[in-house]
Design a protein around this ligand. Structure first.
Ligand SMILES: [Fe+2]
Length: 286
């Protein structure tokens, strides 16, 4: 398969220079647990009476655990990305695309190092990040014919966190940790270039898709999209317990039934769904 246009790749690569190492750029001494790591509206229980009844300290702690879970899924996604991109280097067009992929790998490795350090420095108990991805969002390219599903997931797995990051940047007032906002800004800057490449790739894959792929696509896209979005926005029961809230299964059920959460996610992801529909892909949140 041919590569995206050289001028696009060269422009994206040029924007990756100079490289900003998040480990060096962030002021790690500013990381503290006395602020929210997510604005309250972005917490899974927001809008429920039970949530409003919690102390400010408990809500803050929950925001930190939920943010750490996002960081853990980022590490898991970035590992899948690094593995598949390393394989793709072999087929990359030798100049512009090869260079761009190296920039991408350097930046994604930097993000994962940043999130690993965040997890260690946070002092929060958390499970192994390798369990952070829902089963179907793990590397699936081997099971699905063609590149369409791969680039679809690359767009979704980057665009969905991007929308959350934009929300935190816009709505994270003074009560949201400035350190976390800075960390998010660094990630967003790199992700916008990675997304531009993935979107172009998805466009090309859609143009070149075979008839067999076209037939199974709508159902497959919906399954992949929903698995990812539900795993990303609705925490596991254990997270509520680690955050000190007690019976995690009851909280998970409450979050699953929380109409405010669903509304929040739908509003947040409307641009993602629009972007996909421009590429001829329609997905719905179940
Ligand atoms: Fe990243």
């Amino acid at each position: 398969m041919s590569s995206p246009e050289a001028p696009l790749l060269e422009q994206l690569s040029a924007n990756s220079v100079p490289y900003r190492d998040p480990l060096a750029v962030l002021d790690w001494r500013a990381l503290s647990a006395d602020r929210y790591w997510l604005p309250p509206e972005a917490i899974s229980l927001h809008g429920l009476d039970e949530f409003e009844a919690l102390s400010d300290a408990a809500r803050m702690r929950l925001s930190q655990h939920e943010f750490l879970a996002f960081a853990h899924s980022a590490i898991a996604l970035e590992r899948a990305f690094l593995q598949s991109t390393a394989r793709r280097l072999r087929r990359a067009e030798p100049d512009a695309e090869y260079a761009f992929l190296l920039h991408e790998m350097r930046e994604e490795a930097g993000h994962s190092l940043m999130f690993l350090r965040l997890a260690a420095a946070s002092g929060l108990a958390a499970p192994d990040w390798r369990d952070a991805l829902p089963r179907l969002a793990r590397p699936y390219s081997r099971f699905v014919p063609g590149d369409v599903a791969y680039w679809f997931m690359m767009v979704v797995a980057q665009d969905v966190p991007d929308k959350l990051h934009r929300f935190v940047r816009r709505h994270g007032g003074p009560q949201t940790s400035p350190f976390i906002r800075q960390l998010i800004s660094l990630h967003m800057l790199d992700a916008s270039r990675h997304l531009a490449y993935a979107r172009r790739r998805l466009e090309m894959a859609m143009e070149g898709r075979g008839r067999a792929v076209a037939r199974i696509m709508p159902a497959l896209f919906n399954v992949l999209f929903n698995r990812f979005v539900h795993g990303f926005f609705w925490p596991q029961a254990e997270l509520y317990e680690r955050a000190g809230l007690g019976d995690g299964r009851a909280w998970r059920r409450a979050a699953a039934r929380n109409p405010h959460r669903r509304e929040f996610v739908l509003r947040l992801l409307a641009p993602t769904m629009r972007l996909l529909s421009h590429q001829g892909i329609s997905v719905r949140l179940r």
